[in-house]
Design a protein around this ligand. Sequence first.
Ligand code: FAD
Length: 593
Amino acid sequence: MSSIKTHTFDAVIVGAGGAGLMAALYASKGAKVAVLSKLYPTRSHTGAAQGGISAALGNLEEDRWEWHAYDTVKGSDYLADQDAVDILCQEAIETVIELEHMGLPFDRLPNGKISQRRFGGHTNNETGKPVMRACHAADRTGHMILQTLYQQCIKNEVTFFDEFHVVDLIRVDNTVRGVIAIEIATGEFHIFHSKAVLFATGGWGRCWEVTSNAHSLTGDGAVVCLRRGIPLEDMEFFQFHPTGIYKLGILITEGVRGEGGVLLNDKGERFMERYAPTIKDLASRDVVSRAIYLEIKAGRGIGGKNYVHLDVTPETVNKYLAEAGETRRIDRAYIEAKLPDIADFTRTYLGVDPVKEPMPVQPTAHYAMGGIPTNVDGCVVIDANNTVLPGLYAAGEVACVSVHGANRLGTNSLVDLVVFGRRAGRHMAEYCQGADLLPLPEGAADEVVAEFERIRNNKGGVKPYELRKRMQHTMTENVGVFRTEETLSTALTELRELRQAYQDVEIDDKGKRFNTDLLEAWELGCLLEIAEVTAVSALARKESRGGHARDDFPKRNDEEWLKHTLCHKEGDSYRLDYKPVVIGRYQPKERVY
Ligand SMILES: Cc1cc2nc3c(=O)[nH]c(=O)nc-3n(C[C@H](O)[C@H](O)[C@H](O)COP(=O)(O)OP(=O)(O)OC[C@H]3O[C@@H](n4cnc5c(N)ncnc54)[C@H](O)[C@@H]3O)c2cc1C
């Protein structure tokens, strides 16, 4: 250990997306903070977020935070913790204004206020009609958030360790003492010794074949915690976004439907009218993804293939706007202004001009509702009694507060990042002021260093990319939009075989500098573990709720399953436990859109 460089900070934040940066900004007001990121900060996936961030500002029409809260709880299929949802929706308003004051260039209305648009599942609770709640900067909202927060962190003198890949958490009994990271440029291990650690490492869409997620989203933070005895919550709930570009998975924002775009099947039918008569194409994502899947299964995919059309051409949109009795009309210039990146993606990747023709889309693995369990201050909780592990925090997509329950509403992730990132950062600063820096244990890095040497020198002949392909295939086939006992059991058998095969993974690059071969092999280990936890949690939950649709148990079952799953790793196996859902003003009822 003596040869390993050690750095000391009050607080270490792992991840430089929206959640990590917001937490860093607030923690840095009272503590000495380091942010470690395997990517250059502004390359984090938050920068890919397109459509918007919701807050009930009511800039265009009446809106209330309570309506936002109700929509979030309903969208979650009643699995969200309602105390946390209230905080999310109330604080969304001041946080968005705070971002505006930091300089975030939101689109604006002629009166100077922030522009807002419709998004799936966001409604006026009195009429049930869609409401304009999503604040946006064209279709680059996440990019603007990330740039703004990064600038603020630099201004606040947060120390950044860019391209440092965190591979272990130092936990001694119920205390945390820091993390172990590899400096990607040199291959050297570093110890970051601290009083507090926050994980904001994002999601794990890379478990599936077709995903909107960046290559880097491999669930590292969640797995590092899992391996150090922290359970993962509600992992069976993974969101499939209805509109990924056919075969590629690249996301077409729900903002397209928010602006009036519609989904059409092979017969040219606006099929969402049948599945969600009131808000149609703007039903929650789980509902729309299942509808697309069922249309395809019934042979109504375009040309019998497994995709449908997303049509935002002015001709089609204006036809449906007129039918709905709306006076608003759109034209080419409007689409180019409101959805410039989307237009660019489809022209570049598909040769399809969305102003003139419909886009081929299919559901794409998008968002992890589950993750590291936390309370509303971002403190990680480790059991069904919500016992806090002092000094350990999580925020953003990797965390499970839980405000998204079984299904997240569009635009609610960006709010989650900034609202709970801020709360976690604040709490960390306070915690660090009262806490001592506990000594590092002997050989803190030994275990993980040995694991990396094993992977580097392994001669087993198994190629990581082959395992990754098999994992992604079985997750898509068997742990996708619909699941059954049979498909989930098949997935588990295959994933266990893959876990065995992983022991024989052999990489080509044996060097130290920029050894992405080695790091990707390690990331594959994380993906395999996350995939297994997802399948184990899904097999046990014998009901359908939100993003977890069981063909063999098609109904939601509140009597037995209105509870959060906790998956603990014990040796080589997993143990499930459950904890109650916090119910508030909204008693569970059937969801109708
Ligand atoms: C294409 C797309 C569009 C989206 N659009 C919207 C939208 O319009 N509205 C909305 O609300 N949500 C949207 N989402 C969801 C939302 O963007 C994400 O859930 C959110 O940005 C996640 O932010 P985060 O801060 O948790 O993590 P990320 O932004 O994913 O950042 C993760 C960070 O962790 C770091 N990291 C990971 N592992 C390690 C490691 N081992 N060591 C060191 N660092 C590590 C990475 O370097 C990175 O800095 C979209 C998502 C996608 C993929």
